[in-house]
Design a protein around this ligand. Structure first.
Ligand code: AMP
Length: 394
């Protein structure tokens, strides 16, 4: 398979879909350059080979054409500083002047195109998409996709463009996601423990259905736990519940049993009298008293989950164990975080709120892989083919 490592970019013009969707403050200063830093290895590989890099990205969600606050010109200075060289910018992403800028680009030079989503043909206008993608592909020799966060979308720059460029491949960031999420899910080192939490069963239904075929143990936390506990006949008080999914929850429990998957639910909980950090809290068992809502797993559950995590060789975690945004209900989530950090397992944090929790805990460097794409990582775990990956893998 064509990889970025075995491709020689010498004399080639590479168009790279990067993820420069970075946060900006009121003065248009980049407040978090993680994504720009993440794109550097791929850009440097192209330049070091003697190629030139044409970078394209979206930024924010512009509604009707160009908007100052969404211009990619704001990232030029930080990018130039990080690369230690000049970076050219052009205030459009297709058209004659862009073609001329591409043609004028010399080996070792970098050109950033203007925000792709200033054109509806990038993401919304399906009919115009192929024509727009073809224009993006004009004047380039090779297409590299390095934006995992948008890999679950079939947009002009993330997938459609690939049909107009002969040489195409994943960049280093995308490769890393494929290695950890893809390879681990296809071929996990056992025991494989999945930790699934978050608000609702409905949000993680496909994740659960997919994981149950692959894992040895599933640890459930967060609001979704109480739909399962209710399905088992327990009292859940005012805890979050999806009554319409009680049947589905029972089916999932039955499937786990039939497959010999250890499916663990909280055995103790922090039950609050209201949804508030300052609420009156009781530590209760599996039954939640009427009038109270469970907002975190209790210490006994945490201990049992940590013991499973300690035995694991692979851990995949998606979704918090409780309302961790409120400090009084964060112990379960941060406790799981610590357990994953302490384990010698390959640990993959699968996007979304668990990434936020890991970053807040200061334990991020103890994890094997923290996925950069929220929606994209969920879809990958669900077993879906991501258009952005399929496009560069033929
Ligand atoms: P998700 O986006 O599905 O991963 O859900 C994350 C959200 O679930 C977070 O904002 C948590 O505060 C919320 N959450 C976690 N546990 C509970 C719970 N026991 N009750 C209500 N909401 C919860």
């Amino acid at each position: 398979m064509q990889t970025i490592d075995n491709y020689n970019f010498s004399g080639k013009k590479a168009i790279v879909r990067v993820d420069f969707n970075v946060p900006l403050d009121a003065n248009f200063e980049v407040t978090d350059d993680t994504r720009i830093v993440g794109a550097l290895p791929t850009i440097k590989k192209i330049l070091n080979d003697g190629g030139s890099a044409i970078l394209m990205s979206h930024l924010g969600r512009p509604k009707e054409g160009p908007e100052e606050k969404y211009s990619l010109k704001h990232i030029i200075k930080p990018l130039a500083n990080l690369l230690g060289q000049d970076v050219k910018f052009i205030d459009d992403c297709i058209g004659d002047k862009v073609l001329a800028a591409k043609a004028a680009l010399k080996p070792g030079e970098v050109l950033v195109l203007e925000n792709l989503r200033f054109y509806k043909a990038e993401d919304k206008d399906k009919e115009a998409m192929p024509g727009f993608a073809k224009k993006l592909a004009e004047g380039v020799d090779v297409y590299v996709n390095d934006a995992f966060g948008t890999a679950h979308r079939s947009h002009a720059s993330t997938a459609v463009i690939a049909q107009f460029v002969k040489d195409k491949m994943a960049g280093y960031l995308l490769e890393l996601e494929i290695k950890f999420l893809g390879d681990t899910l296809e071929n996990p080192v056992k025991p494989f423990v999945a930790i699934v939490g978050g608000a609702k069963v409905s949000g993680k239904l496909e994740v659960l259905t997919s994981l149950i075929k692959k894992v040895d143990t599933i640890l459930i936390g967060g609001g979704m736990a109480y739909t399962f506990l209710k399905a088992q006949g327990h009292e859940i008080g005012n805890s979050l519940v999806e009554d319409e999914l009680l049947g589905t929850a029972k089916e999932i429990l039955a499937t786990a049993k039939a497959k010999g998957v250890k499916f663990m639910l909280p055995t103790d909980n922090l039950a609050a009298d209201k949804f508030d950090n300052a609420a009156d809290v009781q530590l209760v068992g599996v039954e939640i008293p009427q009038g109270r809502m469970a907002l975190d797993i209790g210490p006994e559950t945490l201990k049992a989950y940590a013991a499973e995590i300690a035995k694991a060789k692979t851990v995949l975690w998606n979704g918090p164990m409780g309302c961790f945004e409120m400090p009084n209900f964060a112990k379960g989530t941060f406790g799981v975080c610590q357990a994953v950090a302490d384990s010698s397992a390959i640990s993959i944090i699968g996007g979304g709120d668990s990434v936020a929790a890991v970053n807040q805990s200061g334990l991020a460097d103890k994890m094997s892989h923290i996925s950069t794409g929220g929606g994209a990582s969920l879809e990958y775990i669900e077993g879906k083919v991501l258009p952005g990956i399929a496009a560069v893998r033929n």
